[in-house]
Each structure stands twice: as C-alpha cells, then as structure tokens.
Write a protein that binds this ligand. Structure first.
Ligand code: GTP
Ligand code: MG
Length: 360
C-alpha cells in the first residue's frame, strides 16, 4: 500500500467504488474524489470491512538504509540450557555491566562487541513464542541459536526447532552446550545433526557449530563471533527514517505504569509522543526505555525498548504502527477489535465443525 486511491482499492478488492465510498462515509472519512490517495489507516479499515488485508509497505526509495544488528532467538530441547545460555550471554553485555546488571526484565537484550557491532537477543526462548509471532506475521528473528546439550544429544524439540527455523527460512547457528560435563560428546551431536539434514560447516555446509558451556561461561565469545559472521553474510539493513514499523515481543501490566510492551523496531524510528496502534490497542507513547531502563527519546531498528502509554495490554507478535491522530487511532483500534472478534468466533466455529460427532 502506498497512497492508493478509492479506484485502485476497488480494483484490488473486487468491490464497487460506490460500496467503498459508503464504507468511507461510515468510518467518517471525507474523500473528495475517488482519485484522491487514501490514508493508510482508512484503507486498512475499509479493507477489514470487505475482508481484504491491506498491507503497509513503506518504500525506502531515496531514504537512508543503514546496517542494523541481528535479532537472535534461542531455541532447543527442554533443559538443554536455553535460559542458562541467555543469562550467560546477557552477562557479556557491556551495557548490562555498566548498569550494574539488569534488574528489570525486558524480554530482549543487546550484546555490544568490542568492534562496535551489536547483537540483539530475544529473551523469549521457546518454539511457542517463535511460532506465535511468525503466525501473526511478525518475522523479527534473523538467526536461530539451536541449543543442544552435549550429553543428551538431538531430541524431539531439537528437531522441532530445526523445522521451525527452516519453515521460517531463518538460518541456524548451533550451540553445543554443557561441554563441561564429563559425559559430553559434541562429536556425536554433530553427527546426529548432520544425519538430520543440517548442513554443518565442517562437513561442507554453511551451518556453524560452536561448543559452549553456559555454566562455565566458555565459548560465548566464539558463539557471538559466529553470530556476527552469520549476520554479516545476511547483510542486514533497515530504513531508519520515516514511520516506524515495529513488533511487540512481550507485554505486561505494571501496577504504577500501566500496560508496558517490549518492542523491536523493524524499520523507521519510533519516537516518544507518537500515537500508535498496537494490535487492537492504541495509545500515545509516554516513555521509551532502553534495556537498562534509561529513558530514550527514540527507538531505531533492532533496538529492544519498552514503551509506556498504551490504553490496553497488547499481545506478543502484535504490530505497532504510527498514526496521525488519536481519533484515527481509536477508529483503527475499534475496527481491529471488531475484526479480531470476528476471526476468533469464526475459528471457534471451524474447530467445532472439525470435531466429529460422538455418540454417547
Ligand atoms: P527449559 O526452559 O525448561 O526448557 O530449560 P532450559 O533449556 O532453559 O535449560 P536451563 O537453562 O534451565 O538449564 C537446565 C539445567 O541444565 C539446569 O540445571 C542448568 O544448571 C543446567 N545447565 C545449563 N547449562 C549448563 C552447562 O553448560 N553445563 C552444565 N553442566 N549444566 C548446565
Ligand atoms: Mg528455560
């Protein structure tokens, strides 16, 4: 979508121009002519009314596109050390050390390397979070760290994580963990992974494998280097100017501060004071905090931040879009609420029909 007119929208949705004009009137939008470009929020509302998804595309033409940090998700089998590894990596973060450790939980953290490069880790391990976000169109993860315990080897959820990453077309870097254990057998793990079809680098493929111990904190620098190398190959860039396109990674309700959302900007810049629609919620951004809790005026791509000022609690995977006015935000949020409710009811109905009748 980029400045589409009513005529074009009619063509794309297969609806008549007069029907769309009726809907426009209903949402209180005055459009002088069917050849005037529509506002994106209005177009989304009209799209929802006629059951068509309107995607927001902001062309980066002529705008600054800069390298950005990679966003990394840690996955692996139960007890293989995902949480321990994230904790250990978090401790390698300069910002965290300077702030005397992170006391608050943000759902994401950044590790800055001596070279100045940075890696953003999502602190929400687990396939459920990854799948849920992907299902909602929130492709925030660039690289998956697949944690495999060196003593336990490849297990069902290791394979599950592999297939999730593959389906999402996200490259894997393997961290063979617990290498400090006497029973550790990293070579066996590699053979297992290769026989599951993972093309390991040392066998001529392109998947890097790093041996680590989250407990002894060994191999962490090697893992970070491997991630940087992978990120370099991917040549990750983002537009920094223009309207922010961001996603919620985690949300919680704080007694004093109200709904708080950890967000990662995909493109553009999110600023304090902006009015945003987040999933079906909305609000005016009252405060942006970085991962150590410092107030920030803005959030740029791949930087995890906590935003305050939403009227309701959003969900992980919700998109964040900036709108022009409170009125428009209310309108869009109400429209989305209606649509989500419709989708929810339809899903329940479908599930009900899927259950075969059972005779008593
Ligand atoms: P779930 O969240 O339950 O799936 O587990 P997890 O993958 O987050 O594993 P977690 O980090 O909780 O670690 C599981 C157990 O393995 C804990 O008892 C850790 O102390 C232990 N552990 C994790 N990493 C290492 C390691 O490098 N070496 C050794 N020896 N133990 C480890
Ligand atoms: Mg855990």
């Amino acid at each position: 979508f980029e400045g589409m007119t009513t005529v074009e929208l009619a063509k794309r949705t297969g609806q008549s121009i007069s029907k769309l004009q009726d809907i426009l009137l209903n949402v209180g939008e005055k459009v002088e002519s069917e050849f005037d470009p529509l506002n994106i929020d209005v177009a989304e509302l009209v799209g929802m009314e006629v059951g068509v998804n309107v995607r927001r595309i902001h062309s980066a033409e002529g705008e600054k596109v800069l390298p950005r940090p990679a966003v990394v998700t840690v996955m692996g089998h139960v007890d293989h050390g995902k949480t321990s590894l994230l904790d250990a990596l978090r401790q390698t973060s300069v910002a965290a050390r300077e702030a005397g450790g992170i006391t608050q939980h943000l759902g994401a953290f950044v590790v800055s390397m001596p070279s100045g490069a940075a890696i953003t880790f999502l602190d929400t391990p687990g396939h459920a979070a990854f799948s849920a976000m992907r299902a909602r169109g929130a492709a925030v993860t660039d690289i998956v760290v697949l944690v495999v315990a060196a003593d336990d080897g490849v297990m069902p959820q290791t394979l599950e994580a592999m297939s999730h990453a593959k389906a999402a077309n996200v490259p894997i870097v393997v961290a063979v963990n617990k290498c400090d254990k006497p029973a550790a057998d990293p070579e066996r793990v590699k053979v297992q992974l290769a026989s599951e079809g993972l093309p390991l680098e040392e066998m001529g493929g392109d998947v890097q494998v790093v041996e680590v111990s989250a407990m002894k904190k060994t191999g962490l620098d090697k893992l970070e280097e491997a991630l940087l190398l992978q990120a370099e190959l991917m040549d990750l860039k983002a537009r920094t100017d223009g309207p922010a396109q961001a996603y919620v990674v985690e949300a919680r309700l704080d007694r004093g501060r109200g709904p708080l959302a950890t967000a990662i900007v995909k493109a553009g810049t999110l600023s304090c004071g902006q009015i945003v629609v987040v999933g079906s919620e909305w609000g005016r951004i009252r405060a942006i905090r970085d991962m150590v809790g410092q107030l920030a005026a803005q959030a740029t791509p791949a930087m995890p931040v906590e935003i305050e000022g939403l009227k309701g609690l959003p969900m992980a995977g919700d998109d964040i879009v900036v709108v022009d006015s409170e009125e428009r935000a209310r309108m869009l949020s109400a429209g989305r609420k209606k649509k989500y409710e419709k989708d929810r009811l339809r899903k329940i109905e479908e599930e009900r029909l899927d259950i075969p009748d059972v005779e008593e």
